[in-house]
Design a protein around this ligand. Sequence first.
Ligand SMILES: Cc1cc2nc3c(=O)[nH]c(=O)nc-3n(C[C@H](O)[C@H](O)[C@H](O)COP(=O)(O)O)c2cc1C
Length: 330
Amino acid sequence: MAVKIGNIDLGNFPLLLAPMEDVSDPPFRFVCKQNGVDMMYTEFISSEGLIRDAAKSVQKLDIFEYERPIGIQIFGSNIDSMREATEIASKANPDLIDINYGCPVKNVACRGAGASLLQDIDKMVKMTKAVVESTHLPVTVKTRLGWDDNTKNVYEVAERLQDVGIQALTIHGRTRAQMYKGEADWSLIREIKRNPRISIPIFGNGDVDSIEKAANWRMEYEVDGIMIGRAAIGYPWIFREIKHFFATGEYLSGPILSERIDVCRTHLLKSIEWKGEKTGIFEMRRHYSNYFKGIPNFKDYRMQLVKLESLNAINEVLEDISNKFDEVLA
Ligand SMILES: Cc1cc2nc3c(=O)[nH]c(=O)nc-3n(C[C@H](O)[C@H](O)[C@H](O)COP(=O)(O)O)c2cc1C
């Protein structure tokens, strides 16, 4: 059955790209979209930053027609600021607004935003209601299982947020205390899916990094779709591979070296297009080793790539890689 968020039809069992600060920007989203992702989110955007018109926050509002459906994710600790930020974000015309109640990092969670709201569900509910009332767009939420092992309260969170009007919930199967350590546990996510009171789509998130896991966890945890983050970094093909498997039951072979180079180059070009040559080249540096994982002695090439400052020089190194390594090595 097709999954719907408001009027957005996501098809059967959608795959979502996780919002990731410093990663899921327009250049990266472009290559994920090329590879079949069903829905994407911006990096999280500070409500205070938006209100103060901070350049970094405003830049993150940049979305493009071909990216639809796309959600803008916001976070904050002050309800009035969240209300105002929702109005600003809605004017950027995304398909939905997502609230981040999952971020565990200190300068977010310890300032009363992100996952810290899991410690104060009443406030979380009020904030969510304020966001829902401040926009004509559907509102979704992304959160974790709870604050720590003793307070895994996402079951209650799901009911109460649905009651104030959210239209989908993504749950990362870890607590705040776990940060990104240990293994994600999706069993509570299944309990929420089985709750007869819950009618909104529930998406599972955390540790999906292969076709097998996606297929097994889809069955085991009964979720409506899966959100993938880290496994897509340097490997946007994960979306098309999983989708292909679900559609046909067959494994698509992985990208050959020339495809890796092509996608890496596209990512770089989009990065330059969006951020300008200097910043575009600089920010692309963190991605090279991910695109060429598994290639023996890639380190030397990486060292070159992360030092170069012109597109031509980088293209020459990519050309070198293409000539040096056999296609099958990829
Ligand atoms: C580099 C990085 C940045 C992230 N930034 C965000 C963010 O801006 N908003 C958010 O909701 N989650 C953020 N997350 C969490 C991811 O969306 C996701 O929940 C987490 O990585 C688990 O999924 P995965 O195992 O598929 O990566 C971030 C994760 C990483 C690794």
